[in-house]
Write a protein that binds this ligand. Structure first.
Ligand SMILES: [Zn+2]
Length: 202
């Protein structure tokens, strides 16, 4: 998780730097990651799901819940087993959704949908991912007009501050949640997956 956060945090969009920070235990955070062990609501074909709640007027992201199906087999090694998904790849993708990004048609993009078990890990961002993030968060370009600087797109500029602030907020429930989940998964040896139809998310 920390690596996926660091990967997005390396994105530099001119004046704006993307940053995810990790919340301490008990600290409130707008992005929460849950390992779901029972009652998976998103169907067999979906391994991870991100819900983004945003303010309908400002577009500011208020709250994000990333859910991972803990009953599947997740991998943290370079050669992803044929029946597993790479945890870092999926978290990187879901964090993109958490920041408001949609899916990309670019096959090499982290934001491409439809990962299959045994896939090659995608742990680095594609230029398309960076472009998507910067299109959402870069400071609006300023143009000189009658000696005054005005945003080229006033609609977007009013969205920029709150949305950017949302990104600087912290992640909670993750340390305890994911660490506990991994430990429990190893201890019990739970790994159920559906190699034919499993996908990283919707
Ligand atoms: Zn997705």
């Amino acid at each position: 998780m920390l690596r996926a956060m660091a990967t997005w945090s390396g994105v530099n969009c001119g004046a704006t730097r993307v940053s995810f920070a990790y919340a301490n235990t008990g600290e409130d955070a707008p992005i929460e990651v849950r390992a779901v062990r029972e009652g998976w609501r998103h169907g067999q074909a979906i391994a991870a799901h991100t819900d983004v709640e945003s303010d309908k007027f400002s577009g500011a992201i208020l709250r994000v819940v990333i859910e991972l199906d803990a009953t599947r087999r997740w991998s943290d090694v370079v050669n992803v087993p044929a029946d597993a998904l790479d945890l870092e790849t999926v978290l990187l993708h879901e964090l993109g959704h958490a920041a408001g990004l949609a899916h990309s048609a670019q096959t090499s993009a982290v934001m491409r949908a439809g990962l299959k078990p045994g896939h090659a890990p995608r742990r680095a961002l594609d230029p398309d991912d960076v472009a998507g993030m910067c299109a959402s968060y870069a400071a609006p370009a300023l143009v000189k007009k009658d000696e005054r600087s005005v945003p080229t797109d006033p609609g977007r500029s009013s969205l920029w501050v709150p949305r950017a602030l949302a990104l600087f907020a912290t992640l909670a429930a993750l340390g305890a949640g994911l660490a506990g989940w991994k430990g429990r998964r190893k201890a019990r040896g739970i790994s159920r997956s559906d190699p034919g139809s499993a996908r990283a998310d919707a």
